[in-house]
Design a protein around this ligand. Structure first.
Ligand code: FPP
Length: 252
């Protein structure tokens, strides 16, 4: 089945988030170093970004490096940082040609200088682009994000700038790294693992979750379209029952 041709163009998610998993196992099964898996995974980043742009997904968030990933062997961490720097540098022109804007979420201050500088440069040079926004989650932890938001909200309360009655969903969302960005309607995780792994814990509250056994380096555009197709064929109820949704549709 050609998933792209069968998509409902009036129901494309505005924001898709992806946990790119399985690079290491993909490499191991081929008798290669883990870094070969990561390097091949860059090709899948390109596939997912192109697919997202082609169907007008406005935001694509990719979990590229978690705060827990520092615990990997130094050679792998260094290799991942180098890969990030070279990929951003190599792809900058292509991002601009395709009107893609780059953003990051996570504690990027603690990334190696070379990596942070390359990112800042690309963020600045793509800031006026109006197409898909590529959000890289780097040195990211959802629990840390929520803790930092709580601290800032507590400070605003202590200073008398907000009262308890002001603490609502919108206030919390506006204190997260993703302030101003709509929550993902769909989250995809590759490699067969069925976990959220400290990724966007607040933002995924009502997201549809799509788990595929495909390892990230094998993930292609058609796999992205398949995930969107399956998303479109689910019923999103937000706590309501199906009959209530039919009534809401009639009133549209
Ligand atoms: C998970 O696979 C993947 C990562 C931790 C890193 C993902 C990075 C890339 C795809 C390359 C750089 C990205 C950009 C945006 C330029 P794993 O190593 O956990 O695989 P395993 O579970 O099989 O060991």
């Amino acid at each position: 089945m050609n998933y792209k041709e069968n998509l409902d163009t009036s129901n494309i998610p505005e924001h898709v988030a992806i946990i790119m998993d399985g690079n290491g196992r993909w490499a191991k099964e081929k008798g290669q170093m883990r870094l070969v898996g990561h390097a091949t995974g860059v090709e899948s980043v390109r596939e997912a970004l192109t697919a997202a742009s082609e169907i007008n997904v406005k935001y694509l968030t990719l979990y590229a490096f978690s705060t827990e990933n520092w615990n990997r062997p130094k050679s792998e961490v260094d290799g991942l940082m180098d890969l990030l720097v070279t990929t951003i540098a190599n792809e900058l022109e292509s991002l601009n040609n395709n009107d893609v804007r780059l953003m990051t979420i996570g504690n990027t201050d603690d990334l190696p200088d070379g990596c942070r500088n390359e990112l800042l440069k690309a963020i600045e040079k793509t800031a006026n682009n109006k197409g898909t926004v590529l959000i890289l989650a780097l040195n990211y932890s959802a629990k840390l994000e929520i803790k930092e938001a709580i601290k800032r909200i507590a400070k605003e309360y202590k200073e008398g700038n907000i009262g308890l009655e002001d603490v609502n969903d919108e206030l919390v969302s506006n204190h997260l790294y993703t302030a101003g960005i709509p929550d993902p309607e769909l989250m995809i995780r590759t490699s067969g693992e069925i976990r959220i792994s400290n990724f966007l814990l607040w933002q995924l509250a009502y997201s549809e979750l799509h788990f595929t056994p495909i390892y990230w380096p094998d993930f292609k555009k058609e796999d992205f379209y398949k995930a969107i197709y399956e998303y479109q064929n689910r019923e999103r109820r937000f706590g309501r029952i199906g009959e209530q949704l039919n009534e809401l549709d009639k009133n549209d």
